[in-house]
Design a protein around this ligand. Structure first.
Ligand code: URA
Length: 455
């Protein structure tokens, strides 16, 4: 293997062969390719990209670099996985996992720690007293097989090539390369071997990708990678120009997920979960239509089956299932501070990344050692885009838990207030689900405007 030849080829826009890509990533995972050469190669990829064929091979080679769940582990049942590219207040997995399991689909999900400023699924689940996400692949398969749902933290040997490469991308400012993002996400999904995969690609100011053209490109790359590897894959492109639902922060988001599993909660979060779930069921069974699946899933929320499944899941992973009946058993805020509007009008925008950064300042995220600083910390939004607001009306409430040592500073209250843009003209809520990407192409959706009601 001549690595300099590969770097030279990518530097001038050439293409790598299947054999070159596999031996490069095999060598890199084993420590036989020096970091400086890999850094040069990924910088050339950042400038010149990878063709679809190269991206597919790159992903397969990464997926094969470590352990994986044996395909067919859950036969004769269908298994499903989902992935979100991440956003502020995104607690979809906490609802969708139990909902799909209640519908008879097996969900065995490996999640990474959060890469963004607020918590990931693992952080949210770890706010549940006693719950453990440290499962071996065998335990994950056995727990999911027994009740339909298990969630574990990514093990060290799951796609080790990606774990090394991600650190290198971070250190070389090459994280924002679409083929590298696609292969990083999809290699982990392929290693988990679910029959079907639903991707939620977020777009907007609070997302990894603010531009719709980039979100579409990433979604279609990932759909092609999944389908070409035999994993039936679709992607939804969904809005992240405001936080999803009304809560940001680990225990707060678990509480909101429980509300949604009760058939209540934010209508936007509920609609997104039902939409994503309806497409997972359509992927699992070609004979079903998403519209009918949507209605069936809605009845699993209103009938309580999805919440019962969440409770069973918590118990199966060592947590206290009583939280589904009594959310005061979750970590609670010690101090709550109101953020009130100084203007009247209509909320015409929410700077989502600012809300995420404020939640981080409240200690909802991780410290330098990787520990969640305060599971009770976060923000509850009382207003969302398109809501009318009176002068001095409540916009948001800031929560600080007992583990943070300082009181909430006034600058943080101002920062959250300034994240709300209040105008004079009434507007509609942003379109939540912008497009659906399947192996047949992109369908732009028009009328998925959901109101801001909270049940
Ligand atoms: N998530 C991943 O797993 N990898 C990336 O490169 C970006 C987001």
């Amino acid at each position: 293997m001549r690595i300099t030849e590969m770097i030279q080829s990518k530097k001038v826009g050439g293409q790598l062969s299947e054999e070159q890509i596999h031996s490069l990533l095999r060598g890199y995972a084993r420590g036989c390719v020096p970091e400086h050469q890999m850094a040069a190669l990924i910088m050339a990829v950042w400038f010149n990209g990878l063709s679809r064929r190269e991206t597919i091979e790159f992903t397969r080679a990464m997926a094969e670099s470590g352990d994986s769940i044996p395909p067919g582990s859950f036969l004769p049942c269908s298994s499903a996985d989902k992935h979100s590219t991440g956003g502020v207040g995104d607690k979809t997995t906490l609802v969708l996992g139990p909902l799909l399991a209640a519908a008879g689909v097996i969900v065995a999900k490996m999640s990474g720690r959060s890469l963004g400023h607020t918590g990931g699924t693992i952080d949210k689940l770890e706010s549940i007293p006693g719950l453990s996400v440290h499962l071996s692949l065998e335990e994950l398969v056995s727990k999911a097989g027994s009740i339909g749902l298990a969630v574990g933290i990514q093990t060290e040997n799951l796609v080790p090539a990606d774990q090394k490469l991600y650190t290198l991308r971070d250190a070389t400012a090459t994280v924002d390369s679409l083929p590298l993002i696609a292969s990083s996400i999809m290699s982990k999904k392929l290693a988990c071997s679910a029959d079907t995969l639903l991707l939620d690609v977020k777009v907007g100011e609070g997302a990894l990708l603010p531009e719709i053209a980039d979100a579409q490109e990433l979604a279609s790359m990932m759909v092609e990678i999944g389908n070409s590897a035999g994993q039936r894959t679709r992607a939804a492109i969904t809005d992240m120009n405001q936080p999803l639902g009304c809560t940001i922060g680990n225990a707060l988001e678990v509480t909101e997920a429980i509300d949604t599993l009760r058939g209540r909660g934010s209508s936007q979060l509920r609609h997104l979960c039902l939409f994503l779930g309806s497409h997972v069921l359509a992927l699992c069974d070609d004979d079903t239509e998403p519209e009918e699946n949507y209605r069936n899933l809605a009845s699993l929320l209103s009938g309580g089956e999805a919440l019962d499944k969440f409770s069973e899941f918590i118990e199966n992973q060592g947590g206290d299932p009583r939280i589904t009946e009594d959310t005061s058993l979750l970590p609670q805020a010690e101090e709550m501070v109101e953020v009130r509007s100084r203007k009247c009008g209509c909320v015409c925008g929410i700077r989502t990344s600012e809300i995420g950064a404020a939640a981080q300042k409240l200690s909802a995220g991780r410290d330098a050692s990787g520990q969640v600083r305060d599971p009770a910390a976060g923000i509850v939004l009382q207003k969302k885009i398109a809501d009318e607001v009176q002068c001095n009306e409540l916009l948001a409430t800031l929560h600080r838990g007992s583990t943070a040592d300082a009181r909430i500073p006034p600058q943080l209250i101002d920062r959250v207030r300034s994240a709300f843009c209040i105008g004079e003209t009434r507007i509609l809520p942003p379109q939540l689900i912008r497009a659906l990407v399947t192996d047949e192409g992109i369908t732009h959706l028009k009328d998925h405007c959901v109101d801001n009601s909270v049940g």
